[in-house]
Design a protein around this ligand. Sequence first.
Ligand SMILES: O=c1ccn([C@@H]2O[C@H](COP(=O)(O)OP(=O)(O)O[C@H]3O[C@H](CO)[C@@H](O)[C@H](O)[C@H]3O)[C@@H](O)[C@H]2O)c(=O)[nH]1
Ligand SMILES: [Mn+2]
Length: 747
Amino acid sequence: MDSQPIDALEEMEGREKRLPLNSLHVQKLLLIVNRLHVLLHSTALAFMFYYRVCFLFQPTETREGHELLPWLLVSASEAILSFLWVLDQAFRWRPVSRSVFPERLPEDHKLSPIDVFICTADPTKEPTLDVMNTVLSSMALDYPPNKLHVYLSDDAGSPLTLHGMREACKFARWWLPFCRRYKINNRCPKAYFSALEDNAHADFARSSLYVADKHTIKEKYEAFEEAIKTFRKDSASSRDHPSLIEVIQESTIDDVDNVKMPLLVYVSREKMASHPHHFKAGALNVLLRVSWVMSNSPYILVLDCDMFCNDPTSARYAMCFHLDPKISSSLSFVQFPQKFHNISKNDIYDSQLRSLFSVQWQGMDGLMGPVMSGTGFYIKRASLFGNCASKGSDLLQQKDQFGSSNEFGSSLDRDYTSESVSDQKHTLLEESHLLASCNYEIGTKWGEEVGFLYYSVVEDYLTGFMLHCNGWSSVFCEPSRPQFLGKATTNLNDVLIQGTRWHSGLFENGINRFCPLMYWPTRLPFLQCLCFAWLTYFPLYCVPLCCLATVPQLSLLNGIPLYPKVSDPFFIVFVFIFLSALVKHLLEVSLTGGTLHKWINEQRIWMMKSVTCNLHGCLDALLKKFGIREATFVPTNKLEDDEQTLLYQMDKYDFRASNIFIAPMLFLITVNIYCLVGGVYRVFLVGDWDKLFIQLFLAVFIVTVNYPLVEGLLLRKDKGRISKLVAIPVILPTLALLAFFNLLGNV
Ligand SMILES: O=c1ccn([C@@H]2O[C@H](COP(=O)(O)OP(=O)(O)O[C@H]3O[C@H](CO)[C@@H](O)[C@H](O)[C@H]3O)[C@@H](O)[C@H]2O)c(=O)[nH]1
Ligand SMILES: [Mn+2]
């Protein structure tokens, strides 16, 4: 794999042969535990399948009392669950962790430049002040300012955002020197001013000069805040607007005030309703092109507007991998975990996506590297040009792939020079407008082979997947202090809407030409392939979970046993599988800092998500596949809502969610409660409890874990409860149906 030769890299090879910039540790104990669990659990699964298969092949006469259809449904559910379980084990095969030694990096003047890309889409959902805080935190990264270039993409083309950028830039002239002088850790101003403890460097924290300076800066910040709040101008429509590119701040090395500032550019691409704009991937590709004619840095940090830099060292940490001669030639990106600043202790919605970012990505890191996660990653620019951009390749061919900008064509071959912007400002700005226009990509390979890929609303997953298929690797870097902090969705409706988008996007990639299983063995190693496959297929949890929340219960109501009797040796097999899965999950939760509460919450939200957003995601993907529905990307809501936040902090579900989510949950809980009551009654009458024990237990388990639903329906009085208006039209017909079914069974 060829990559841009970097001076610093060569330098490194010569100078610091013995001192590595990073190190990798295999987590041996965890590895052993995981593999042992795989062994035991899979043996149990084999016995379970043996039991199921034997049943299906036994002569029909001996099948007394058993009905074929429910058996088949339950067996199929078990097969799907086992399939997903197998895929999931690939993440647990070789968990690793990494350390970095940034103090061993070459001197500042030898470091490679970095472009920072930040995307925003809608100022009504993404408060401008927060977006600007993200911008400021990235400008203040601990990196030579003349080697840092910050680009903001504004998909709404909003005057408010442009205004915000100008104000942010003014404030930055105060903020950046302040952060550097006092070695502030927390360089997002909003977070800094609201932090409980002061995080200036210990040398200064108590000096009177610092206290005075802090006071001045605080006033400046409040003025900046005010300037954004009081800005009144009709927001332009977000659908149609021409491109607008403005260099807010040129890169200054030594200004009159001696303030060193990174380059700051505002980019709003052209948008027309008649042109597909490909959401975030489209925005990032415009930034790729515009930045290419302006700063053309070999490395790029991508950030969502809701995720600020919580620690200024991330750039240097990332360079510890990118400049490591051992891995750098095939390394595409360094991914930091998504961490969030608004997570409550027990995290009822699993908003932090614990398993993804603290178990699964570590596991992939031990294979080929984690999946690109949309935000908080440092990527090598060259890796985004697929196999198209080998240096010095034929200019005509390049135009086919990259489009017809002359500047752009020539910059493919050009290495970064710090003068590139100021030199030919006018031609460059004109050129940028061409690069940000709707028509530019027509007939090129953008979004297909070049840049961030368009085929999916989870552009991050897909782009990362194709990079791995093309032989690039990635690295997961998880220092103890979170480098980036974002805003997670913390109310049921937002969580489920976001989940629907993700699951639809992921599942879609499992059933189209990007199906990971087809890329093995030629393009992907086996275990990496299983990881990707799990990511595209886990939305399928909806099938077994919907089945197992209805079929065994209805069978219980009618006295049809579907599992072995308590006295049957196979009973142990089922008990073992159930316990082994739960205990393993509990172990992982506690190893990653979770509580017992968190564990139950994760079980519950897994069930809730499976029967709602997984289901909707799968259906949405299928509809898209058959051309019935178009892709949409509804950005999440980033506004603060005190009432919702309070409910979340108190571990109370906010059931004011769309009916399409509440209805399936209500339906299933009603079925379970009804069948549980009916089942217990039946078992008392007939006395065949040992035949139906597992089914009884399943209903008890589901109802207990989902007790908050019952509470929300019957006991709660606050605004987050389930409204009777929503509940009655679901519950009454369900009860009628069940009663009818019950009668039918007793005839
Ligand atoms: O047309 C669009 C839509 C979204 N965005 C931006 O994309 C980012 C992510 O959107 P958000 O609403 O925050 O969605 P999340 O679900 O929180 O995002 C996660 O999931 C996305 C894929 O669905 C990834 O792109 C993100 O990086 C990842 O954090 C935000 O900065 C948006 O401003 C655009 O620039 N243009
Ligand atoms: Mn987000």
